[in-house]
Design a protein around this ligand. Sequence first.
Ligand SMILES: [Ca+2]
Ligand SMILES: [Ca+2]
Length: 109
Amino acid sequence: MIAGGFAKVYVYDGREFQRVAAYRAAEATGRRLSRSIWRCGPATAQLPVKSPSPPRSNCDSSYPDVCIPPYDQVGDLDCADVPFRDIRVVGSDPHGFDGRDNDGIGCEG
Ligand SMILES: [Ca+2]
Ligand SMILES: [Ca+2]
C-alpha cells in the first residue's frame, strides 16, 4: 500500500521500528505515482447529468409547466387537490382549473 501511494509511514511516539527505512523508501516511491493519495487534486469526476425534465408520461399535457395527472387516470381534480397556483393551461383543461374565466391561467392565486 505504501509503495502504491495509498498509505503514509507513521512512527508512533518516535519509536522507529526495524523496517522503517524500507517503509520510507516505499513511501518515496508511492509519492511519485500520479494515482497516489499525494497527488489528489480537486475532484474531476463529473456528476451524472440530470435529465432536463422528469418523465412526463403521467402528466396531463394541458398543463405543460407542472405535472398534474391526467383526468383519465385520476378523475377530476380541483385547485385544492394540486400544490400549484397560476397554472398555465393549454388545450382542453380536463380538470377545469381555468373554468372560471378561461384566460389560460388556472388556479389563480
Ligand atoms: Ca375540476
Ligand atoms: Ca383563469
